[in-house]
Design a protein around this ligand. Structure first.
Ligand SMILES: [Zn+2]
Length: 204
């Protein structure tokens, strides 16, 4: 069991108004909640500050560090979220195995929350897809696209670097042209299949 949670309050990193330069003053609590991390549970507060000049901008300043500790509406820290994602994507653990692993580390969590954290991890990972393509855009354009092959084939010395011969002969490779991979960002029109990009259920 965790001891009494340590209370931590994060002031905004910015101490003066970005418009007039006047010192900021405390305004109101933006949020306060428990954040369950891998090493401890903390009671975290994020107070909001405003410019003291009455006629100046009324924006609320708050701590970027505090905002980065957890997702909005979640009581689990980003370190727990990343651990769930790593255990699934790198170690290929099931939901029950992830739940057991976190329990051994002292993290109190239900299997339903494990699934929720993995879905959040999946969503955050999707947000970085554009950045990953940008990082290799020149190489993809030089190659004229990117060749994808089906996974699930037993790896051997022959298939590790060149792909499975039978699959290669069948033409089952999918070549995505560079224009598709490096094109403009997809607009968020209504998707006819809203579950198409949903993360998998971790029970298996
Ligand atoms: Zn100001």
């Amino acid at each position: 069991m965790f001891a009494t949670p340590r209370r931590v309050y994060f002031r905004p990193e910015c101490r003066t108004c970005l418009v007039c330069g006047a010192p900021l003053a405390y305004s109101h609590p933006v949020w306060r909640k428990h954040i369950i991390g891998l090493s401890e549970v903390r009671w975290v507060g994020s107070p909001g500050y405003r410019c003291r000049t009455p006629t100046c901008d009324r924006r609320v300043y708050r701590s970027a560090e505090a905002e980065g500790l957890s997702l909005k509406g979640s009581t689990y820290g980003m370190d727990v979220l990343v651990t769930v994602g790593r255990l699934r994507t790198v170690d290929h653990c099931t939901r029950a195995e992830i739940h057991a692993e976190l329990g051994q580390r002292g993290v109190i969590i239900s299997t339903r929350h494990v699934q929720g954290l993995y879905e959040a991890y999946f969503a955050l990972l999707g947000c970085t897809a554009g950045q990953q393509v940008e990082a290799v855009r020149r190489q993809i354009e030089q190659n004229g696209g990117l060749v994808l092959s089906l996974d699930g084939i037993q790896r051997t010395a022959a298939t590790c670097t060149r792909g499975h011969p039978r699959l290669r002969e069948s033409g089952a490779y999918l070549r995505l042209p560079a224009a598709v991979l490096c094109g403009p960002a997809r607009t968020h029109d209504a998707d006819p299949d809203p579950h198409r990009n949903s993360p998998p259920d971790l029970r298996r």
